[in-house]
Ligand binder design. Structure first.
Ligand SMILES: Nc1ncnc2c1ncn2[C@@H]1O[C@H](COP(=O)(O)OP(=O)(O)OP(=O)(O)O)[C@@H](O)[C@H]1O
Ligand SMILES: [Mg+2]
Length: 255
């Protein structure tokens, strides 16, 4: 049923110059789902979620957000939509010249009128929710470890209590222990907020921990989608090769 869909994407196309990245994406994001988008490096995963939140504009196709067309949506309506979306950027992307507090509340302050006290309290509460002390509120990103920066990025992504959260490679560059901490935090904040999540990851361990549903992007299309529990028995050769790290025989050049 369409009212159960947060996003309904049809025939979505995106080209950069002569690089045809997305060639007719069809994808449903069901309310309450924890969707993992899998796909090789450069296959267009980040481009897809940037299109979903309107950071990039599609060439053609349709992206319905809660039943409303978001392609070409007026700015006012887009802001309203973004009030409900959190985004953890690939590589964290904290603002170097802003403090931890300013980073966390950056978007919240744009969307709501908040007093200085509200801002401090909000940043403090969100830091706690990702297991960090409010002693770091006035530090700058360069004074934090990579793992702490990821947690601050996570605190920023959930600052407006979003209904949909996008995570782009949340564990890349972290050691296995910190990756697990971030995975657990993602599950915790998702459950606390009752949010729908869309996560891009190369890390299958992380995917299995966070995700319940999977969509596999290959050569510009979603070529397989289903339950996480079904991926190991998939009959899609490309997906199987992706999850096992096998190299397709057809891709090997004979010596
Ligand atoms: N703003 C842009 N301008 C031009 N080309 C772009 C832009 N953003 C992405 N691309 C191109 O689109 C393709 C897909 O990029 P994208 O970042 O979505 O890949 P990805 O699947 O997220 O890869 P990775 O797993 O390495 O992050 C690449 O060929 C990339 O060079
Ligand atoms: Mg990417």
């Amino acid at each position: 049923m369409d009212e159960e869909l947060k996003f309904k994407i049809r025939s979505l196309n995106k080209t950069f110059g002569n690089n045809h990245v997305l060639k007719g994406i069809d994808l449903d994001v069901v309310k309450g789902s924890s969707l993992i988008i899998l796909g090789g490096s450069g296959s267009g995963k980040s481009v897809l979620i940037k299109l979903m939140v309107g950071l990039l504009t599609a060439d053609s196709g349709s992206i319905l957000y809660e039943g409303n067309e978001s392609i070409g949506m007026p700015y006012k309506d887009r802001l309203k939509m973004l009030e409900n979306c959190g985004y953890l950027f690939q590589a964290g992307a904290l603002f170097d010249s802003l403090t931890v507090q300013q980073n966390i509340t950056f978007f919240a302050e744009k969307l709501h009128s908040l007093t200085k006290k509200d801002i401090r309290e909000l940043a403090s509460k969100k830091l706690q929710s990702v297991g960090l002390s409010n002693k770091i509120l006035d530090l700058y990103p360069s004074e934090l470890s990579g793992g702490m920066q990821k947690r601050v990025s996570l605190a920023r992504a959930v600052c407006v209590d979003p209904k949909v959260i996008f995570f782009d490679e949340p564990t890349t560059g972290l050691d296995p222990i910190m990756s697990n901490v971030i995975n657990d935090l993602i599950v915790k904040v998702r459950d606390e907020l009752g949010a729908t999540t869309v996560t891009i990851t190369h890390d299958m361990q992380s995917a299995r921990k966070i995700g319940k549903e999977v969509a596999f992007l290959f050569e510009g299309r979603i070529v397989w989608s289903g339950k996480m529990s079904e991926i190991d028995s998939t009959d899609n050769d490309n997906l199987r090769q992706f999850i096992t790290g096998e190299i397709a025989k057809s891709n090997l050049v004979e010596a």
